[in-house]
Design a protein. Structure first.
Lengths: 262, 360
């Protein structure tokens, strides 16, 4: 597939990240980078530390060791609401939507950081606050069109089937207009048709908005099709890093997936 | 006709008082999914702080402490305003501390100069509000923050602990006797509609004051929740902590805001109940009367808390007057709970609560 936006400089660099929970070493000395406009996959067997890695990038976990550099700014620890105001948005492995709210409201929460009017103005619902709300609403409607979920705009998301919930969650992340989008198993539990839709959305997001994407996925076919580069984790260590083809042929990766006696 | 209307009106006005307490519960439940068992204790704490600051027989330390708290709270507001006005140029950390310490010191100095003469209501009410704000900050830091992402039941259990702590703490620092609260709210009974009925309808002016205050609170809170960005953030936090954080909602600040607002509502309830009954330990028990109100109105609805309170107030007064000849007196004491049981049987989410249907 031809790209309209070429892969650029390094957007996010993680250096020598180690994370442990008590005696369990979830990540040890992991380093890699993510370049602007690329789709970067993180793969590995269950329990390899993939989700922990995303949680570290997004600020849910604070690594005991290592540095994260995002847009040239280096940090040791940062809280989730700070990373999201810097331009990192994410979805979750086990969908984390606001189940009592409608699809529209869920996606609107993604715009919260972009709303600036004082709450007194908002309470009055008049003048600048009204214009602001309308402006954000328009943006959200564009996302709803893009993800083809017009028909469920007003439905509380708790009532939606799984595949659609995943799509709403993607919509909420997109509403924040992130520079880096983290997707934790965006296609888990989907049927073939839903997976194809989701793949198309991910490619479109990457191509049309130029969003950089890091994704965790178990479906190897999907990973090989979508991603520009792949990093492979096993038992919290990086065992391979490179293009899909290079990774697929790597003996260590094959061993990790098939299991060999050491 | 006259007596009937008088009973109904009396019931409605009593109901307003229940609603005021129930409101505090609804606020915290809506915003954090936590049933705050400590709301009654917060009413007691707010009322005790207020009444003792207005009196003249607590030690100087109490006044100085309260004044420092007020100064600090004012300082925080100033700094927040500053940050909003100039998001680009953050104040250096040093300057921030200087502002806070200066305002706290100024407050304490004024308190010391003023001496232990007792404060007027105009000073004591904001001071009590500031104290409730600090209580909220303390609860967030010490109890809620370590429990992020835990089940609601665990947060609920922790509020039971908070309730016991505040009950004891409030009485330790402020004393545990019965104190009369006089803010200058008119209390005399008066007659309404004397031209329409013979003898008119007897109501207490304090009850009318409480009704007006509850009305204002409901309008303000409803607008706050429905129309503002913070309102949407609050609902998001109640639904899912992790997801809320990931869209950039600062969980800790939201919790402080909610508990502070609940503290203000507790203060409002404390003022009304305290003026009516005197400030004493038993107003913490008022919270129990709020439970049937919540079940009737629905845990998630601000208007529901008000209407539930009114229905229970009226219901129990009517039952007391018109049923007691048949089944004996004392109906007022149990009527609310029996009504709540019936509501639970037929409409578990309450009259106005959200009914959540989920796919499993």
């Amino acid at each position: 597939m031809e790209r309209t936006r070429p892969i650029g400089d390094v957007l996010l660099q993680v250096d020598d990240i180690s994370l442990s929970f008590g005696g369990v070493q979830a990540l040890s000395g992991v380093s890699f980078d993510i370049r602007r406009h690329e789709i970067r996959a993180i793969i590995g067997p269950n329990g390899a530390g993939k989700s922990s890695m995303l949680n570290v990038i997004n600020g849910f976990y604070h690594p005991q060791q290592g540095r994260i550099t995002f847009k040239g700014q280096t940090r040791r620890r940062m809280r989730p609401h700070e990373t999201s105001s810097q331009g990192i948005a994410r979805t979750f492995q086990n969908i984390a939507l606001f189940r009592g709210m409608s699809t529209l409201d869920n996606i609107m929460t993604g715009r919260l950081l972009k709303m600036h009017r004082n709450f007194l103005w908002q309470a009055l619902w008049w003048g600048p606050a009204e214009r602001e709300e309308i402006e954000h609403r328009e943006h959200v409607e564009r996302i709803i069109d893009f993800l083809e979920i017009q028909s469920i705009r007003k439905v509380p998301v708790g009532q939606l089937p799984y595949g659609l919930q995943k799509r709403v969650e993607l919509g909420r992340a997109l509403a924040a207009e992130p520079e880096l989008l983290l997707l934790d198993e965006p296609m888990a539990g989907m049927n073939v048709e839903e997976k194809e839709d989701m793949c198309r959305f991910i490619l479109d997001v990457n191509d049309e908005f130029g969003t950089t994407i890091a994704l965790i996925e178990h479906d190897m076919g999907v990973v090989m099709d979508l991603s520009d580069r792949v990093v492979v984790l096993d038992y919290g260590r990086k065992i391979a890093d490179g293009s899909p083809d290079a990774v697929r042929g790597d003996q260590k990766v094959i061993d990790a997936y098939l299991g060999v006696s050491h | 006709m006259g007596p009937f209307i008088e009973v109904v009106l009396g019931g409605l006005l009593a109901g307003v008082l229940y609603s005021l307490v129930a409101l505090g519960f609804v606020l915290i439940f809506k915003a954090s999914g936590v049933f705050n068992f400590a709301q009654g204790a917060m009413v007691l704490f707010a009322a005790l702080s207020l009444v003792r600051l207005m009196g003249d027989d607590v030690g100087m330390g109490h006044y100085v402490g309260a004044a420092a708290a007020t100064g600090l709270a004012a300082g925080f507001l100033v700094l927040m305003g500053w940050r909003r006005a100039r998001p680009q140029t953050p104040m250096p950390a040093q300057a921030r501390w200087t502002v806070l310490i200066a305002l706290a010191a100024l407050g304490s100095a004024l308190a010391a100069l003023h001496g232990a003469k007792g404060w007027s209501g105009w000073v004591a009410v904001p001071a009590a509000a500031a104290i409730m704000g600090f209580l909220a900050v303390a609860i967030e830091r010490l109890v809620l923050r370590p429990l992020v992402n835990q089940e609601p039941i665990i947060l609920f259990m922790s509020t039971i602990g908070i309730a016991f702590f505040i009950d004891g703490f409030a009485q330790t620092i402020w004393g545990s006797e019965i104190y009369t609260l006089d803010l200058g709210i008119p209390k005399d009974p008066m007659f309404l509609l004397e031209s329409a009925f013979e003898g008119g309808i007897l109501v207490n002016q304090l009850d009318i004051f409480a009704a007006v205050m509850a009305g204002v609170l409901v309008v303000v809170l409803a607008v706050f929740f429905q129309k503002t960005r913070i309102g949407r953030a609050l609902r998001a936090v109640a639904d899912d902590h992790q997801a809320a954080q990931s869209v950039g909602i600062p969980l800790n600040q939201i919790w402080i805001i909610v508990w502070t607002v609940a503290g203000f509502v507790a203060l409002a309830a404390g003022i009304v109940w305290g003026s009516k009954l005197g400030v004493q330990f038993s107003i913490a028990q008022v919270a129990l009367k709020a439970l049937p109100v919540l079940i009737l109105g629905g845990l998630t609805s601000v208007p529901g808390a008000i209407i539930g309170g009114l229905m229970i107030g009226t219901g129990e007064k009517l039952a007391e007057v018109y049923l007691s000849p048949f089944i004996g007196g004392g109906i007022e004491n149990w009527f609310a709970y029996v009504l709540a049981l019936f509501v639970l049987l037929f409409r578990p989410q309450g009259l106005f609560g959200e009914r959540i249907i989920e796919r499993i």
